[in-house]
Design a protein around this ligand. Structure first.
Ligand SMILES: [Mg+2]
Length: 289
């Protein structure tokens, strides 16, 4: 920037000299000063050429924020960590790295999380609209609940955005408040599917004793018209993958066609039968295997 300013000044000086008497006359009348000025201009032009030749790949300058310096300032590359989580390269982790708390807070509460969710749902809606449906009332779409249909962000915001070890007691207390807000992008998909004649089925790791409050919470947040709400029996011991794939198998055995399946955990969407197509929503705050 300083180089460019100097260059402008020198060029302006030369232009002034040229306009008053012409470059040639300048050389004759003020040889020393003119030569010095020309040499200075040449040096600046060389430096400017060096700047252009520097390895600038793109003029884009990353903004400070959840996609920029924040992760680096956290002491670990939190954005890379989040990508590894979402891509299922990182598994069986128990807490978010402590130094990523700020990063995740900005990601979750800023616009980034919502934007990432919107992209997923846009794809899901486009896929659903493109389906050739039988229209026989047997086509269903499986929805997870936590961090898919309802958000527990109010709870996690008070507990370090996943940097604290999961506490089942305090989390259950939060669930029993029935105050989890809607995830609006998912609700958009939910309503679109109903309009297309595809029946939503909730399949959740929440337990049967949480049915009443879960129904109340869903209704309070504007969900209605689901075909079924499948909750885990109290005390049921199995991995999330085994439990959820088993429930999907039962749906299929009952003659339903699972045209789609959406969740925030990989354990929502792996394990046959997964559904004709699966969609993974972002969730960098916790892992369920
Ligand atoms: Mg979930």
């Amino acid at each position: 920037m300083a180089t460019a300013k100097l260059l402008v000044i020198v060029v302006a000086l030369l232009a002034t000299a040229s306009s008053s008497c012409g470059a040639w006359e300048v050389n004759i009348r003020m040889p020393t000063a003119a030569r010095a000025m020309e040499q200075a201009a040449a040096r600046l032009l060389e430096r400017a050429a060096d700047d252009v030749a520097a390895p600038v790949i793109h003029a884009l300058r990353p903004l400070v924020g959840s996609a920029g310096d924040l992760g680096r300032r956290g002491g670990v590359p939190c954005d890379s960590w989040r990508l590894a989580v979402e891509a299922y390269n990182k598994r069986d982790w128990r807490t978010v790295p402590a130094s990523c708390e700020d990063y995740l807070g900005h990601y979750m509460l800023g616009g980034h999380y919502r934007r990432d969710s919107r992209v997923v749902v846009d794809e899901a809606v486009a896929y659903a609209e493109g389906l050739k449906l039988a229209g026989n009332g047997r086509e269903v779409w499986v929805f997870d609940i936590d961090e898919t249909s309802l958000s527990n962000l109010p709870y996690y915001a008070k507990h370090g955005f996943g940097t604290e070890l999961y506490n089942s007691t305090s989390f259950k207390e939060y669930v029993l408040e029935g105050s989890a807000p809607v995830l609006p992008e998912t609700q958009r998909l939910f309503r679109k599917l109903i309009s297309l004649g595809i029946k939503p089925v909730f399949l959740t790791g929440r337990t049967e004793d949480q049915r009443a409050i879960t129904v109340a919470n869903l209704r309070r947040q504007g969900y209605s018209g689901w075909m079924n709400l499948l909750l885990k029996p109290v005390g049921f011991k199995a991995s999330a993958v085994a439990y959820k794939s088993g429930e999907r198998q039962k749906l299929q055995d009952a003659g339903y066609v699972i045209v789609g399946n959406i969740g925030d955990q990989w354990s929502d969407i792996i394990g046959a039968p997964e559904g004709a197509r699966t969609f993974k929503l972002p969730d960098p705050m916790y892992y369920i295997g």
